[in-house]
Design a protein around this ligand. Structure first.
Ligand code: ADP
Ligand code: MG
Ligand code: MG
Length: 886
């Protein structure tokens, strides 16, 4: 714990928790012998102390000073000295990459005297003054809290006065004047002078970077990426190197493989005579990395060698930031790079082919969410005409939405449920809320490594950037395409992140390659082949079975194509809707035993046909049929609508339809305060005579029919919402009687497993008893979550979850990802006690959680036999089940 500060030589990539990703990887690169400007890293632990107490640890300043002194000795230069000053950057870097979300201050150590020393040492006056004004601007904004806009205004005013257009046209005198203007801005805004003492600059910058952990941008990004709020950032202090010292200097970013497609081969952008932050900010357009080969073949060769070393070492795609200072290459950052879903599958399988990683490692490196993304539709090529504009395909996918020109408008329209496309010249960290809200991001400047591209890719959001034919006018809220077409705010465009094109209007979409393969089994090269290999491996190693929730033969067939090993939940209520509604109404309205019987008898053949078709689609695989679950009034028309209709009839002097009157009366009779906790599930079966018998008979007769037709039906009957074994015992007796009767009538043994859902805490807690009457348990984690938390899902998600997520009371919605501590504990208890009482008990889950990657891992650990989820999520669940088994 002592220390709080580590020199690059003392760290390594295993220390990410303490040194952050950036600090740990810089140390790792230094250890590999790559050219890294010397420096040290202040730990996240020191940051956590600062965030908790408002003050840095007692001896932090002394620790930093020791390391600075060592740095100065090694360099033979002193921070901010009058002659040949050492300058440093103060860089944020957390455990998880949060690109551009926190602060970094460059050129620390410059003041009124050292700026002259820098000018002499470099022989470049203009460069020295430009660095000084950058420091004033960055330090003023980040450390002293001055509104950045105020600096921009000074800059604009000066350029106007001098009749200049670009920052680069400012000469030394202009920059000297700007330095004075910026100092005035700082003084006016804070009542304080810009600190001339280099040590004070350094220490204040460190604390400001700590503080940027809790900046608005950073918090929003963490929530979205599910990064915990209490990790804190490390701070790296590093010797400055300069890419803006002339044509033999420059800066760039590069990837060891293409992060969009996964294709092999170095990929990157280079900006001659510029500093690192200029690339990301898109101040000037970068050139492809290959240009560096022309400008400085030696540097290029060395960079390629560094990148090869990194890829071999990390055994993965790496991205790097580098700077060339007067022909000398410096590596400023590396990390295992973010990539698109497509690239993730491709790179992992290619690394396996290159024998750098094993098949299991491949599985670790891709996830269900990425797979799902690959199943999304893309634009139908036959329907795509000439695009409005082309740009860089920065993040793939197809998105259609209304054009908006700023973050706030994107957020506003998205909140109204509209799809929007955020159009900017380039994006900055402040645009993050709008990027989160938008379906796609479109920019007219910047390449694959621009802010827009990097952030969109990380979020899996469609992005086309650098569509340079577009003239984006954010203040007039419109853009103009190369052909002169003007597109105003609110007009609809289609953004093709795969092809890198923008189309006017809504382009129809077509199924993705991966989806096509799942649907048809037709193999193809590229990503489909990579996905196929990964799926084969996952299926081979997974222990957890994967079934689908399907209510129709079509869904069942599709689920089967996606690899489902049966149906874990077939909801019979869906079969009660549509044209059959009147029969259901008859059953509910029936006042006499005979009338009810008649209504049920009419429903029987319909249900039997449904089950027959589903059993056929899932021939040879289990089909778990759940008895009717929702409260009956859900099958009746809306009460208010009926009342209004009756009132209108009366007002028009007519007599209301007597059927409406009966329905109204029934609705009044059946009204419940809390239908979710009311007459539903097994309770219905016990209260409405004949309902269970009809449904079970339909299943039994369907089984008999399928057998007679040579099929292999594997029905299972599931009783919902049981809280005590007595309910289950009563219903089960009826189920067995009916099945026995059907067996006798048809001469076919239609006996099948009878089980129960575990979706109420009491059932979970008395699972030992319940298991005595059940052949299987299926966890209904939706209701189990509602009842364990006492949350009504629909109300909670709309009313207070946003506040809970905001305040950090919840990290995820427990309806999306299973709450392992509470709900998960109930699951574990039920599995354990259920199995103890009934060793052959089968267990599965059929709530929405069955398709959620993190939840699948929990269900694996809890020892369930299978998960069941919507057909579309079956492939993802198979993949995650495989990963869970590693
Ligand atoms: P981020 O995490 O937002 O990428 P960085 O800490 O990487 O922030 O720094 C922002 C920019 O400043 C990057 O382009 C980086 O390369 C550049 N930079 C940081 N430290 C130095 C340094 N010591 N010398 C030169 N450029 C630097
Ligand atoms: Mg960086
Ligand atoms: Mg339920």
């Amino acid at each position: 714990m002592a220390g709080y500060v580590y020199d690059f030589a003392e760290g390594g990539m295993a220390m990410k928790d303490l040194l952050g990703g950036k600090g740990a990887n810089l140390a790792e690169m230094a250890g590999l012998g790559l050219p890294v400007p010397p420096g040290f890293t202040v730990t996240t632990e020191a940051c956590r102390v600062f965030l908790a107490t408002g003050r840095p640890p007692e001896d932090l300043r002394a620790r930093i000073d020791e390391h600075l002194a060592a740095l100065e000795r090694a360099a033979g230069r002193r921070l901010g000295a009058e002659e040949d000053p050492l300058l440093v950057s103060v860089r944020s870097g957390a455990r998880f990459s949060m690109p551009g979300m926190m602060e970094t201050v460059l050129d620390i150590g410059l003041n009124d005297l050292s700026v002259l020393g820098l000018a002499r040492a470099s022989g470049k006056e203009r460069f020295a003054w430009d660095s000084y004004r950058r420091l004033l601007q960055m330090f003023g904004r980040t450390v002293m809290g001055v509104d950045g806009e105020l600096f921009d205004q000074e800059m604009t005013a000066l350029k106007q006065e001098r009749g200049l257009r670009a920052d680069t046209e400012l000469d030394t005198d202009d920059l000297r004047r700007l330095v004075d203007d910026y100092k005035d801005v700082v003084r006016a805004a804070t009542g304080e002078e810009f600190p001339q003492d280099p040590a004070e600059q350094l220490h204040r910058a460190v604390l400001a970077v700590f503080g940027s952990w809790n900046g608005e941008r950073a918090r929003l990004y963490r929530r979205r990426e599910h990064i915990p709020d209490d990790l804190g950032t490390a701070v790296t202090v590093q010797t400055m190197v300069f890419g803006n010292l002339g044509p033999d200097s420059g800066t760039g970013v590069a990837f060891t493989r293409d992060p969009a497609t996964g294709r092999r081969g170095v990929y990157g952008d280079y900006l001659p005579d510029a500093q690192g932050e200029d690339v990301v900010a898109g101040i000037r357009d970068a050139v492809p990395l290959q240009e560096l080969e022309r400008i400085s073949p030696d540097c290029y060769r060395e960079l390629r060698a560094c990148m090869q070393t990194l890829e071999d070492h990390y055994r993965d795609l790496c991205d790097v930031e580098f700077t060339v200072e007067r022909g000398k290459l410096w590596m400023l950052q590396t990390r295992v790079g973010k990539r698109t879903a497509q690239a993730a599958f491709r790179i992992a399988t290619e690394l396996e082919d290159e024998e750098l990683i094993t098949a299991d490692e491949v599985l670790r490196r891709v996830g269900g969410e990425e797979l799902t993304r690959l199943m999304f539709p893309r634009f139908d090529e036959s329907a795509v005409g000439e695009p409005l504009a082309r740009g860089v395909p920065a993040s793939p996918g197809a998105a259609v939405g209304e054009v908006v020109f700023d973050s706030a408008e994107a957020v506003r329209r998205a909140a109204e449920g509209r799809d929007v496309v955020l159009v900017r010249r380039e994006t900055a960290p402040d645009d993050l809320p709008g990027m989160v809200a938008a379906k796609a991001v479109l920019t007219s400047r910047g390449g694959k490594t621009s802010h827009a591209a990097v952030v969109a890719r990380g979020m899996g959001k469609v992005c086309v950037c650098g569509a340079d034919g577009l003239d984006v006018d954010t203040s007039a809220r419109r853009f103009t395409a190369p052909d002169g077409t003007v597109v105003a705010e609110g007009e609809v465009v289609s953004v093709d992140g795969t092809a890198g094109a923008v189309h006017l209007g809504a382009v129809p979409t077509a199924e993705s390659e991966v989806m096509h393969w799942f649907e048809t089994g037709e193999r193809s090269e590229g990503v489909v082949d990579a996905v196929r290999r990964v799926m084969d491996r996952a299926d081979k190693v997974r222990r957890l079975g994967v079934r689908a929730n399907a209510d129709t033969p079509e869904d069942a067939a599709r689920a089967r194509r996606f690899g489902a090993e049966g149906i874990g939940l077939c909801r019979t209520e869906h079969m009660f809707l549509g044209e059959r509604r009147h029969l259901v109404e008859e059953m509910i309205l029936a006042r006499t035993e005979d009338a009810r019987r008649a209504a049920l008898d009419a429903l029987l053949p319909l249900q039997r046909d449904d089950f027959t078709a589903i059993l056929e689609a899932m021939d040879g695989l289990p089909v778990t049929v759940r008895l009717l679950d929702p409260p009956l009034h859900e099958f009746l028309p809306d009460r208010l609508e009926l009342a209004v209709r009756a009132a209108e009839e009366r007002a028009a002097g007519r007599t209301p339809d007597p059927r409406d009157a009966a329905l109204l009366e029934a609705l009044g009779r059946m009204h419940e305060q809390n239908p979710m906790l009311g007459l539903r599930g097994v309770r219905l079966g016990l209260v409405v005579p004949g309902l269970v018998a009809m449904q079970v008979r339909a299943v039994g007769e369907a089984v008999a029919r399928r057998r007679r037709d040579g099929g292999d039906p594997r029905a299972e009957i599931m009783v919902p919402l049981v809280s005590t074994v007595k309910e289950l015992r009563a219903v089960r007796r009826e189920v067995l009687e009916v099945l026995a009767a059907v067996s006798a009538e048809t001469g076919t043994d239609v006996a099948c497993p009878v089980g129960t859902m575990i979706e109420l805490p009491r059932a979970a807690l008395t699972a030992g008893q319940v298991a005595g009457e059940a052949d299987f348990f299926s966890f209904g984690t939706n209701d189990l979550t509602q009842t364990a938390w006492g949350f009504s899902r629909d109300d909670a998600e709309a009313e207070f979850f946003p506040a809970y997520l905001e305040q950090g009371i919840l990290a995820d919605s427990p309806f999306e990802t299973i709450d392992t501590e509470g709900v998960g504990r109930l699951v574990r208890i039920a599995v354990e006690e259920g199995r103890a009482a009934h060793p052959d008990l089968k267990t599965g889950v059929c709530g929405e959680h069955g398709g959620d990657p993190a939840s699948v891992h929990f269900f694996h650990r809890a020892g369930l036999d299978y998960v069941s989820c919507s057909p579309f999520r079956v492939p993802s669940a198979r993949l995650e089940a495989g990963r869970a088994a590693l």
